[in-house]
Each structure stands twice: as C-alpha cells, then as structure tokens.
Design a protein around this ligand. Structure first.
Ligand code: COA
Length: 350
C-alpha cells in the first residue's frame, strides 16, 4: 500500500535534526533550535550544522574571517544578475544565480561541497542585493546582508537581531520537501549546485516556503480584529486552505512559531500582529490547526519593511545550510533514492 505524500514514511536517516515527538521541539544536532536562536549567530549555527559541533570562540572568529574571503562574485555572474528584469520572481533570480555560479566555479576536488556550501551561504543574499541594485559590505554578517538586501528602510540592530533569529529558525528541518528534493538529486551523484537548484524550485510552492508570502496576504485581508472571526469562519466553510497553518509533523505546536511570536512580542506591537493573533486563536478554536513557522515570519518581515515577494527568498538564505548539510550527509552514506509506485493503470493491453 502506498502512502499519499509519503506521510508517516521514514525515508532515511539523519543526524542533523530531530523534531516533533512528544515534546514537539526542534533540535539541531541535539541542541534546541529556539535556544540556539537566543544565543548564537547564524554563522555559528551554520558551523554546527555543517561541521558537527558548536564552534569555540577561536573557531567562530576563524570561520567568520574565512567567510569574508568568499564574498567576491564572478564578473559575469554579477553582470547577468544586474540585467535580470526588476519584476522577475526572486526565486528565479536565486536559482539562476546558483546555476551561473555552477558554470563559473564548477564543483571539483579543490572546490568541494563544503566550500560551495559556505560560498552559497555568503553569496545568496548578495545575489538578491545585486538584482535589487544594493550593495552589501564584505564584512557584513549574514543577517545584516539579508537585511541590507531585503529591507526597504534603514537597517538597525534590532532588526538584524530579529533576522538572525528567524534565519536560525529556518536553517534546518529534517526531510521537508525541499531538503528531500536536494537529497534525491545528490543521491544520483549529481553536483551540489544541481541539488540546491532542485531545493530552491521545491521550496517556492505555497504549501512549503511560499506560504509566508501568502500568510501576509491573508492577515492583511482584514482591516481590524472585529472582522476576523466571521471572515476566517467563512473561509473554513468554503474549505479554503489558510497559509501559515497546519503541519505534516507538528500537531500541537510548531516551536518556531512560538519563538517568532515572542520575538514579535518584544518589538513595538502593530495592528497586523494583533490581527494575526486573532486569526491564530480562531484557527485553533475552529479547526485545532496550529500556526507554523511561516505565519509569524510574515508579520515580522512586514514590520521590517520587506516586500512580500522577498519573504520566500529569506527562507532560502536560512535553509541553504540545512540543504547543504543534508547533501553532505547523503554523500557520506549514499544509496540511490528510488522508491516504488503502486500501479493503478489498466491491465496489460494486447
Ligand atoms: N487551512 C485549512 N485547513 C487545513 C490546513 C490549512 N492551512 N492545513 C490542513 N488543513 C486541513 C485539510 O483541509 C485537511 O482537512 P480534511 O481532513 O477535512 O480534508 C486536514 O487539515 C489535513 O490536511 P492535509 O493537507 O492533508 O495535511 P498535510 O499533512 O498533507 O499538509 C500542509 C500539511 C502544511 C501542507 C498543510 O497543513 C497546508 O497546506 N498548510 C498551508 C500551507 C503552509 O502553511 N505551508 C507551510 C508549512 S511549514
């Protein structure tokens, strides 16, 4: 018997991430992801996921210096990104940037997976910045680089800190659809760039990363709290799927959503946040559906003056680490991923 959507099927092993279970918590290599977000830089969490342990002070200083050396972009890549249409889809821009880099710096023995993982972490926000006519200083942290690339207002420390936390919460999530796509690609012994392009294409859909943009439109469709209850009930009667709610694995809470709620709670409150909280309350009362990571990131990024069509790109800037770590893990113990299908077509026809 096949399982639609591979629901509840264990499709492999990983030492990178554990989630769900009784406590419904999320752990990166054994560390609670929400607590990592409180204390660490995105770079430190990247080090943990890619190299296997929390960096010492010396290790993180050396790693940060190493990342600065990876910020140069090949002239032809930069030129192409600059020339892409202003109204292009941000995910097309990122996928194209990765593809181009793969042409100018193909993977080889010297230029191996880990180097490419670090390089993409550093360059992806810069690709977006170039396309948007902005420039990111060489020594900017990843969170700063993302803010400079995406925010349409001045970037301050409070926003950089909130961005750092949201990137950590997006960094890794076991066998989600885009990571699984990356693993399937790399299991054929394809190159790192191809695996990341598969993942970017998979993340984009509204049932996955694209949900954060759609969640904003949902929240913004209400002018005030008073109109939320009736509006949401009507959508549920109409059997609409409300983006930013529900999860394949978490059933009682998505810990990332709780963390994002507390980040927003520590910032000046906005009407949008109040409306979002009311939507969440009604979804729980009516459908027992939890908000997921994409619900409150939508509120946070709107508050940071980021255009909604860039929200899913920010997901890429975080998840690039999870994808890369999974590709490396898949390669270390590889077997082609090739499931079976249950045949439901006609019997052989003579
Ligand atoms: N809004 C309304 N109803 C929802 C819902 C949502 N966001 N998510 C799930 N449901 C309902 C389904 O309609 C279905 O109800 P039914 O049994 O009466 O038909 C039931 O809950 C199970 O949903 P299903 O889509 O089969 O669950 P899934 O495990 O296949 O899907 C998601 C998980 C995340 C794809 C799904 O919850 C969803 O589409 N959410 C919105 C997109 C989103 O926020 N994605 C980001 C995930 S981090």
């Amino acid at each position: 018997m096949s399982q639609k959507g591979l629901a509840n099927v264990t499709a492999g092993e990983t030492a990178l991430c554990k989630l769900g279970g009784k406590s419904e918590e999320l752990y990166y290599r054994g560390y609670n992801a929400c607590k990592l977000a409180d204390k660490y830089s995105f770079e430190a969490v990247a080090f943990l996921l890619l190299k296997g342990h929390v960096p010492s002070d010396d290790e993180i200083s050396a790693y940060t210096e190493e990342l600065v050396l990876l910020t140069d972009i090949p002239f032809d890549v930069e030129k192409t990104l600059r020339g892409l249409p202003e109204d292009a889809n941000a995910m097309d821009v990122l996928r194209t940037g990765v593809s181009l880099l793969g042409i100018f710096e193909p993977e080889n023995d010297d230029y191996h997976g880990l180097v490419i993982a670090n390089r993409l972490m550093v360059l992806l926000p810069r690709f977006l910045a170039i396309w948007r006519g902005k420039s990111v200083p060489k020594n900017a942290s990843i969170a700063e680089a993302v803010c400079i690339a995406c925010c349409d207002s001045d970037v301050d420390d409070v926003f950089v800190d909130a961005m750092n936390q949201s990137l950590i919460l997006y960094a890794e999530h076991e066998f989600n659809a885009s990571t699984f796509a990356a693993r399937v690609t790399s299991a054929t012994l394809s190159d790192m760039y191809s695996a990341i392009c598969s993942a970017i294409g998979t993340l984009r859909g509204p049932l996955h990363g694209g949900a954060n943009e759609q969640a904003l439109y949902l929240i913004k469709s209400f002018d005030n709290i008073a109109s939320v209850e009736e509006g949401i009930k009507q959508k549920l009667i109409n059997k609409e799927k409300l983006m930013g709610f529900g999860h394949r694995v978490y059933k009682t809470k998505d810990p990332r959503s709780h963390k994002l709620y507390s980040i927003l709670d520590s910032l000046p409150h906005t009407d949008l946040f109040d409306i979002a909280k009311e939507i969440e309350r009604i979804m729980m009362d009516e459908k027992q559906l939890i908000s997921n990571v994409d619900f409150y990131t939508a509120v946070l990024y709107e508050q940071m003056n980021i255009k909604p069509n860039l929200f899913v790109a920010i997901f890429v800037f975080g998840r690039i680490i999870g994808w890369s770590a999974h590709v490396l893990e898949q390669r270390a113990n590889n077997r082609l991923i090739r499931p079976l299908a249950e045949y439901i077509g006609p019997d052989p026809i003579d």
